[in-house]
Write a protein that binds this ligand. Structure first.
Ligand SMILES: *Cc1c(COP(=O)(O)O)cnc(C)c1O
Length: 420
């Protein structure tokens, strides 16, 4: 069942609580997460991959609110991070360092040092240069760094170009095609400051078919097996994230077929597995609530100008992503198409175009659905707009995760030089 559903009075609710009431008491724009839904989806993912020996590391870049990752930590999740900042969040939320995997193409010396000092579980290196840097930083500390090699197995994930990472033409990973990755792994194994932790792939995001996963995982399995057959230690195969979600209907992702694929490929392989789901755990467990400021009549459609904008939710502008948009109150008859746009001075500032909507009036509250992943984490202060606050509904209570900052707090971060 979807995390957001209408009650018998037609009001859109999270965990039985009307979203209109939550907006009335906590203001708008406002992200509302279903903690119940996040917990349940995490559990369903973990259950789907339970037949294989593996660990789940939630990809923080999808949603790194401390309240969200704290909830996941309570239910056993580790973290996949892509910056020192995300490591600080993971640790602050109670995720133990040994359950953290550090991904990303451009880790700085400072970030690598902090990760080693914290006792991180695994660093996924993406280039010979990075392996060299990690080795030197570990040597200076007299420690052994746990390093997995992110490989690029040249699989097209059949998703949006800006979230495709699996082809050789992208900046991600070390290619397995020219012996480069194998040679680098041998060097890692021979390096006294590196403990080879295995291999990693992540081919992209919002992948709706199993076939790209099957091809990438099969390639990873044969590459890992070949290295192991040489006598090298390859403890972990990290399978990344990327499982797609239904943005049209907002229904939870069914992980059964993915779990079966993974079991079929790896059950008797002897490799420990790593999983890094992000979007599929949180996307459909969040909405962005926004209020209509004005309804303006265009030539042949309406513009509903709302108080949320591209600085709160960038996905429509950045990826032309579709988010369903629904009034939180009982649904009236459809009146015709409307563009739901924000107040930011950019034509690309919209949340939805040409949506069939009921009659809309100033003050109406709308829910931008499926906004739990890559939403609040991409917020900015563009147009000096403080980004939306965030709350979580869990077990029948509303918890404030982050209140909306005010403009005074934004200005207080800056310094005017003394111009004399
Ligand atoms: C973004 C990312 C993920 C999470 O991807 P989703 O599509 O959100 O599941 C996992 N691993 C790595 C390395 C990533 O960059």
């Amino acid at each position: 069942m979807s995390a957001f559903a209408r009650d018998d009075q037609g009001r859109l609710c999270a965990g039985g609580m009307p979203l209109g009431d939550i907006a009335a008491s906590h203001g708008s724009p406002l992200y509302v997460y279903s903690g119940d839904g996040i917990r349940d989806d995490y559990r369903r993912f973990a259950a789907a991959v339970a037949p294989v020996d593996g660990a789940v590391h939630f990809a923080l870049k999808a949603n790194s609110a401390l309240g969200v990752i704290g909830l996941l930590a309570r239910h056993g999740a580790g973290a996949d991070i892509v910056s020192g900042g995300e490591m600080a969040r993971a640790l602050a939320a109670g995720i133990p360092a040994e359950k953290i995997v550090f991904s990303g193409v451009g880790k700085s010396a400072e970030e690598i040092g902090a990760a080693l000092d914290a006792g991180i579980g695994q660093i996924n290196a993406e280039s010979p240069q990075e392996v060299e840097a990690i080795s030197q930083i570990a040597a200076a500390r007299g420690v052994q760094a746990p390093v997995a090699l992110r490989v690029n197995v040249d699989v097209a994930p059949k998703t949006h170009a800006k979230i495709s990472t699996g082809q050789r033409s992208t900046k991600f990973g070390v290619s397995t095609s020219q012996n480069e990755a194998a040679e680098l792994y041998r060097e890692m194994a021979a390096d006294p400051h590196i403990r080879p932790a295995g291999l990693a792939v992540h081919i992209g995001s919002q992948i709706m078919e199993l076939d790209p996963f099957e091809r990438a995982y099969s390639a990873l399995l044969s590459f890992g097996t070949a290295l192991r057959d040489e006598g090298l230690e390859v403890p972990v195969l990290d399978l990344g994230g990327g499982i797609g979600v239904d943005y049209q209907h907002g229904t939870p992702t069914d992980f059964t077929a993915y779990g079966e694929l993974v079991s079929r490929l790896f059950a008797d392989s002897g490799f420990r597995l790593g999983f890094e789901p992000g979007r599929s755990i949180v996307a459909n467990n969040g909405v962005l609530l926004t209020r209509v400021i004005y309804v303006k009549d265009g030539d042949n459609k309406r513009f509903a100008i709302v108080d949320a904008a591209m600085n709160d939710l960038l996905r429509p502008t950045l990826y032309e992503a579709h988010h369903d948009i629904q009034p939180v109150g009982p649904e009236g008859p459809i009146e015709g198409p409307a563009d739901i746009v924000g107040p930011v001075c950019e034509t690309g500032d919209y949340l939805g175009l040409d949506r069939m909507m009921p009659s809309l009036a100033a003050g109406d509250c709308l829910a931008v659905m499926s906004a739990g992943a890559y939403g609040a984490v991409m917020a900015s202060n563009y147009n000096t707009r403080p980004p939306a606050g965030e709350v979580m509904v869990l077990d029948g209570d509303v918890h404030i995760l982050r209140r909306r900052r005010d403009v005074a707090e934004l200005l207080a971060e800056e310094i005017i030089p003394d111009f004399g």
